[in-house]
Design a protein around this ligand. Structure first.
Ligand SMILES: O=C(O)CCC(=O)C(=O)O
Length: 254
């Protein structure tokens, strides 16, 4: 993986792409610079003070959805050309943004994000390569709520949605995954992991005195179609079941 400044010229090499396709996860260090991360962190803190928390009173994290539609600085991050270019290269197909969210674990939040896959939560059909870019806006060592993945688990498709508050739920529907190796990835501010939407993942609790602040952009195959199911980012938009997400809320990128 090599990067060239300025954007949008991040190149993901073939070795990284083929490892990602096999494992369902890869890390890209410095996908944004530490200076950019600090600017986006400040914007994230400001937004978290005024936006509504979709996760409500959950101990797991505070969740602020579609911040790109609420804040011009965070819009730059969600639509960041380098991140979108990397997502497109890893997916291997054209992509559009499904949604973004800030996921903030307050200091000493006391709760892990338990193992789950993302794709079963979504009203999508025909999506094979959907993936998330999880960008650390602060340093995220293991103790501050970093992500853990089960490499290769994205080949488990068709599972029901799993409860990310229940430590055992994923393993009820896929018992073999309990015995697979796990990959825990601490990140410095500005680093990113990309994970496939079917990859099982979790995050540790935040045991530290500082918040864990992550910005996540979720990309879906551009030709993914809408099932008609409910979801906070697609409800009320007048989408037609069976048709692609051709709406300004889901811009094509990359
Ligand atoms: O950051 C977390 O705690 C969990 C993130 C997650 O599940 C995701 O980005 O899909």
């Amino acid at each position: 993986m090599t990067t060239t400044e300025p954007t949008p010229t991040l190149i993901v090499d073939e070795e990284t792409i083929s490892a990602y396709r096999k494992d369902g996860v890869t890390t890209i260090r410095n996908v944004i610079s530490p200076e950019e991360a600090a600017r986006f962190r400040d914007a994230a803190i400001a937004v978290s003070g005024i936006a509504s928390d979709y996760a409500g009173s959950s101990a797991i994290f505070n969740q602020y959805v579609n911040v790109w539609q609420q804040n011009d600085v965070l819009r730059e991050l969600t639509l960041h050309p380098n991140v979108a270019a990397a997502a497109t290269a890893l997916a291997g197909v054209p992509v559009r943004v499904w949604h973004d969210h800030l996921l903030i674990k307050p200091p000493h939040n006391g709760a892990a994000t338990e193992f789950h896959q993302d794709a079963p939560y979504w009203p999508h059909a025909g999506s094979r390569q959907s993936l998330s870019a999880w960008i650390a806006l602060v340093d995220v060592p293991v103790e501050r709520g970093c992500m853990t993945f089960i490499p290769g688990s994205h080949h488990h498709q068709g599972l029901r949605a799993q409860d990310l508050a229940d430590r055992d739920d994923l393993f009820r529907v896929a018992p073999d995954l309990r015995w697979e190796q796990r990959l825990t990835i601490p990140l410095r501010a500005g680093d990113c992991t990309f994970h496939n939407a079917y990859l099982a993942h979790s995050a540790t609790p935040n045991l530290t005195d500082d918040p864990r602040i992550a910005h996540v952009t979720i990309y879906i195959d551009a030709d993914t179609t809408y099932t008609g199911g409910g979801h906070v980012v697609s409800d009320g938009l007048g989408l037609t079941p069976g048709q692609p997400f051709a709406h300004e809320s889901f811009p094509k990128v990359g």
